[in-house]
Design a binder for this molecule. Structure first.
Ligand code: DAT
Length: 167
């Protein structure tokens, strides 16, 4: 089919990451409502679709099977328009969150949420090692006002860069 030579375009994907309890799910829900992007809570997905290798008694959580998670999400991520909510992110394929070719789209595929604790620096460094540094954005989310402000900022960025080359 002749599409005028245009490459497939899609909405960006956004990764919301940070330590547990710092408001990732709260912010992802609000952002999903504001942007109509799909909210994917990895913890819930792993549980609902059994994408794990059993329960870990020591850490009191499922042993996530990273390959199964990536297989499950591949089509949706290629389509774009996803908010991925998880306390890690180094195992996701980089292409899911890579920067767009247009300079105006160069922000924010990856967002690191919160807060003033040591582990935050570790996560931020991890995110910067896993993704191009210019798309990693750290925000603080210590109050409800912070959430509103972050959602407004992200929605605005998204509005100004609604599409991006995914192929
Ligand atoms: P996470 O998904 O990172 O584990 P959550 O969204 O479930 O975190 O939030 C944990 C709790 O903190 C929940 O009771 C809501 C509250 N909370 C989240 N973000 C907040 C914020 N910016 N200010 C105040 N409370 C917040």
């Amino acid at each position: 089919q002749n599409d005028g030579g245009r490459k497939k375009r899609g909405k960006p994907n956004i990764l919301i990451t940070g330590t547990p309890g710092t408001g990732k799910t709260t912010m992802s829900s609000a952002l999903s409502e504001a942007t109509q992007f799909r909210h994917i809570n990895i913890g819930d997905l792993v549980k609902d679709k059994s994408l794990h290798d059993g329960w870990d008694d020591q850490f009191d959580c499922y042993l996530i099977n990273e390959d199964l998670v990536c297989d499950e999400l591949e089509d949706l991520m290629e389509e774009g328009g996803n908010i991925v909510d998880y306390h890690g992110g180094d195992f996701f394929p980089e292409r899911w969150f890579r920067p767009c070719s247009r300079p105006s789209n160069r922000k924010l595929r990856v967002l690191t949420n919160n807060i003033e604790c040591e582990i935050f620096q570790v996560l931020l460094e991890e995110a910067k090692e896993s993704y191009p540094e210019e798309i990693v954005v750290a925000v603080s989310s210590n109050t409800i006002d912070d959430i509103d402000r972050n959602v407004a900022t992200l929605t605005d960025w998204n509005r100004h860069s609604p599409s991006c080359k995914q192929t």
